[in-house]
Design a protein around this ligand. Structure first.
Ligand code: MIC
Ligand code: SF4
Length: 666
């Protein structure tokens, strides 16, 4: 039987374990990326591991999330990241140079390589044929230190693309269609591999839109073959030397197969407030909109913005719409400035935002109350825009432009009739305006030895978790439902600037559930912690979906949370919980979820023993009225990490054990 592309890359990178679906494997990581909102913690933890020079082929630190600079926090972070990168052998992409995923695709992505990024949209790199995986910052720090990355060897979902997209139908509509079919739940442990003659019609940036938003499916990553389209993209980025052709064998067998005829797709939208709440645009057409934003790592490539500029040229956006454009990279912004497209957008009424994440992570541009906001982003979780009760729709740039012109949700295929607009059909430019002057090279080892790292007072080294107790006495601090995202657990928006200061940031854990006049989640947790009582979080399906932010584990750990009991837990978040020594448990019987009440006091005996040798624990209500079974779905390594009080301690003690073993051999 032939091999899938995923398994070919895994075969070249697996350094521990057996390559078979469901087995734990450790893979060598060629490249890492970090961004500022997760990067400060990642680098602080990297330093706690011993620091020194990174051991990867390439590591890049980006500044793209926290750029508004209200107060000193953001700039303190930037300076720390710039100086620690230079010292540790890491490239540093400065604020304003663009969104990590887009810049990485443009300047560093390499077909066939492995990339680990402290951001859940790292799979964007799958558009260029990399095996690109999102993880928590501590896992990325461990990879920078030269350690393998451990994952469950995935099953492969083959998506066969045939046909060609019609005018005004976009790559975004491909992934929205798939999200409508597969939803955001139940896809943990899978990788999506796109193949078939339809992929030949999609450029690398279009492929990257699809792999980027694959993150919303909850899969480990998504990947396209590396072919003539990849070669053209790399050549236009003046790095054709990085090209190598790569594809699955013709007789590769997939664990599951889906076929999509691109020619049959139509414009789609993810309706409020989940990326899988998908409808066709024609179904919701006519709904009034007061805000439209084009940008984010999903849809702000040169072609996306040129399409918008050409369509807007000589026209004006509706006067009830606030319209903004955030170019994905400085390269794209420069090209638009040089060829006049920027002027066309400005003339049409666009507000031009800087190249960065911006409104996607609630850094401004929150919609007014009750206003429908159309965005070309990848996530519309409740409140993520910064407005409680927001109504955010996720759409393609084509649908965004059409709706900005009319002031209501509009199928872009109506543009020729409404405005006489022709489909611009923008392809890849022969050459991108490459300018790496805002990507700083690291210092040489000799220079680095003398270099000083700037660590402003708002940067606080995170605490490490205490060991697990023999008997866990804990109180249920919150009982939440299905699809709790890391945005619910650890809000971003105006709180994002607290990322480098866990004691401060921890104050807003589960802020969305806090009620005025009542003690907050954090206050209740800290009060219990003082009495040596732990906190437990109870949740439904897909707990921790969305971002990779390890603060969703780190801050609860700081507050004394020692276990999560859920119907299911998403991959990256589960790894983050283990890394920060919070025991991830799942209900053996889903119906037991209904019997637990908030404030219940629960007891678990012999916790370390169960973690050592069992796949389950018995959880008893303190008054003895109810007991149930929690499943421990853990690899041997997960167990060791929990027993060592988290990944940082595990790495330190493992380092000592390895040294001891080497000493004995010598
Ligand atoms: C996001 O899109 O939610 C983020 C902000 O990029 C996160 C990372 C973070 O929380 O810093 C992600 O996707 O992992
Ligand atoms: Fe930035 Fe939004 Fe992309 Fe996250 S999803 S990396 S916040 S642009």
């Amino acid at each position: 039987m032939g091999q899938t592309l995923v398994y070919k890359i895994l075969a070249e990178h697996t350094v521990d374990g057996k390559i078979a679906a469901g087995e734990q494997i450790g893979i060598r990581i060629d490249q890492t990326l970090t961004q500022d909102a997760t990067g400060t913690t990642a680098f602080l933890l990297f330093e706690s591991m011993g620091g020194g020079r990174v051991k990867t082929d390439l590591s890049v630190s980006y500044v793209d999330h926290n750029m508004a600079g209200f107060g000193p926090e953001n700039h303190n972070d930037h300076l720390y990241l710039q100086t620690i990168a230079a010292k540790s052998g890491v490239y540093h992409s400065r604020a304003g140079n663009g969104i990590c995923h887009q810049v990485h695709l443009e300047r560093f992505g390499r077909p066939g390589a492995t990339l680990l990024g402290s951001d859940s949209h790292t799979p964007t790199g799958g558009g260029i044929g990399m095996l690109a995986i999102g993880a928590g910052g501590l896992d990325v720090a461990a990879a920078m230190a030269g350690g393998p990355f451990y994952l469950s060897c995935p099953k492969v979902l083959g998506v066969k693309l045939t046909g060609r997209l019609n005018d005004w139908v976009a790559a975004k509509d491909v992934i929205l269609t798939l999200l409508g079919q597969l939803s955001t739940k139940g896809n943990v442990g899978w990788v999506v591999e796109y193949f078939g003659e339809g992929i030949e019609t999609l450029s690398v940036p279009q492929r990257a839109t699809i792999t980027n938003m694959g993150a919303e499916l909850g899969v480990t990553t998504s990947i396209f073959a590396s072919d003539e389209q990849t070669r053209k993209f790399l050549a236009a980025q003046k790095r054709v030397q990085d090209y190598q052709p790569l594809a699955a064998d013709a007789d590769a067998e997939y664990d599951r197969l889906i076929e999509i005829n691109l020619a049959e797709l139509e414009p789609m939208a993810a309706c409020p407030s989940s990326p899988d709440n998908v409808k066709t645009v024609s179904e919701i057409a006519g709904t009034g909109t007061g805000q439209v934003v084009i940008g984010s790592c999903t849809n702000s490539s040169f072609a996306d913005l040129m399409m918008a500029a050409r369509t807007l040229k000589g026209r004006s956006i509706n006067n009830m719409v606030e319209f903004a454009v955030a170019p994905g990279s400085r390269e794209v912004l420069n090209m638009l400035a040089e060829n006049g497209a920027l002027a066309d957008m400005i003339s049409a009424g666009a507000r031009i935002l800087e190249s960065g994440c911006g409104p996607c992570i609630g850094q401004g541009f929150s919609p007014a109350d009750e206003v429908v906001s159309l965005r070309t982003f990848n996530r519309n979780f409740p409140g993520r825009s910064g407005t409680t009760g927001d109504k955010v729709y996720l759409v393609s740039p084509e649908t965004a432009v059409a709706s900005a012109l009319t002031g209501k949700i509009t199928d872009p295929r109506d543009l020729p009739e409404l405005f006489g607009a022709e489909y611009p059909g923008i392809g890849l430019p022969d050459e991108f305006a490459v300018d790496d002057s805002m990507i700083e090279k690291p210092l040489s080892e000799k220079e680095a030895a003398k270099a000083r790292v700037l660590r402003g007072p708002t940067i606080v080294v995170p605490q490490t978790p205490p060991p697990l107790p023999e008997k866990l006495a804990a109180k249920v601090l919150v009982k939440c439902g299905d699809k709790i995202t890391t945005d619910h657990i650890m809000p971003a928006g105006t709180f994002l600037k607290l990322r480098s200061n866990v004691p401060e940031y921890a104050k807003v854990v589960f802020n969305c559930f806090n009620e005025k006049g009542r003690p907050t989640f954090a206050e209740r947790a800290l009060e219990l912690k003082q009495k040596a009582i732990a906190g437990i979080i109870v949740a439904g399906e897909s707990y921790g979906q969305g971002s990779s932010r390890e603060h969703a584990a780190l801050c609860p750990m700081y507050l004394g949370i020692r276990a999560v009991i859920a119907k299911s837990i998403e991959r990256i978040h589960k790894a983050n919980l283990i890394n920060f020594c919070i025991v991830p448990l799942t209900f053996a019987e889903a119906a037991d979820y209904d019997k637990i009440e908030p404030d219940d006091e629960l007891l678990i005996d012999d916790v370390p023993e169960a973690i050592k040798s069992s796949n389950e624990v018995t959880i008893v209500r303190r008054d003895g009225s109810f007991e149930f079974t929690g499943k421990l779905e853990l690899s041997d390594r997960d167990r060791e990490i929990l027993l060592s009080a988290g990944l940082l301690n595990y790495t330190r003690t493992k380092g000592q054990r390895d040294k001891g073993a080497k000493g004995q051999r010598d």
